[in-house]
Design a protein around this ligand. Structure first.
Ligand SMILES: N[C@@H](CCC(=O)N[C@@H](CS)C(=O)NCC(=O)O)C(=O)O
Length: 206
């Protein structure tokens, strides 16, 4: 049985629970990190030296780094579907996963932590607004890619959607008066139709 260690409120844990739920794979999850702690305990660090969540265990395979876990799950349990067999086709999806880590994450972290995890009187609105502006520039790039598509990979959910799905939900929940991104909006609406996305991603922000 797959074992996932990580609290449900972590966007990085969500990527993994969401793909497991979409694929109807049986798994157990243990609350680790945040108010649950345990992620700096030695037995946890032996599995994940970064002391962060998620950590994923599938038999002898122990993994950390959420996007790597998503790749592993898709390659092992959804080859030819969520993970295309064609290397070029798969790489064109994986680039959006790396884009989430390299471009979206550095923008989203100060926005999310700056608003949701910071007391109103301590919020640094210059930093928050600068990053929201950057976010709007980045979503415009994805909007261009999504022209004529229902999902990042085309007409169905693939590995590329999992890293970005939790972020678009948070960005839309937090920001208003965004520039028009009709293709991103259509993609986000498609994600919201999934029961797994509703259950895992659309939970109260904390
Ligand atoms: N690049 C890592 C980042 C992991 C990460 O930053 N996890 C955060 C939660 S989203 C964490 O463990 N924070 C400490 C905690 O929850 O106690 C990944 O994608 O798995």
């Amino acid at each position: 049985m797959i074992l996932l260690k990580g609290r449900t409120t972590s966007g990085n844990v969500m990527k993994v629970t969401w793909i497991l739920e979409e694929l109807n794979l049986p798994y157990e999850r243990e609350d680790v990190g945040g108010k649950f702690g345990k992620n700096k305990d030695q037995d946890y660090l032996d599995l994940n030296p970064m002391g962060l969540v998620p950590t994923f265990i599938d038999g002898d395979t122990v993994l950390w780094e959420s996007n790597t876990i998503v790749r592993y799950v898709a390659n092992k349990y959804s080859a030819g579907n969520m993970a295309p067999n064609d290397l070029g086709e798969r790489a064109k999806l994986e680039l959006w996963m790396d884009w989430q880590l390299f471009a979206i994450n550095p923008m989203m972290r100060p926005v999310y932590h700056g608003i949701i995890r910071t007391k109103p009187e301590d919020r640094n609105w210059d930093e928050i607004n600068r990053n929201i502006d950057r976010g709007n520039e980045l979503w415009a790039m994805l909007d261009k890619h999504l022209e004529g598509k229902e999902f990042i990979g085309g007409d169905k959910l693939t590995i590329a959607d999992f890293p970005l799905g939790p972020v678009i939900h948070r960005f839309h929940a937090i920001t208003e008066n965004r520039p028009s991104t009709p293709n991103v909006d259509r993609w986000y609406n498609n994600l919201k139709k999934s029961e797994a996305y509703q259950k895992i991603v659309m939970i109260p922000l904390e």
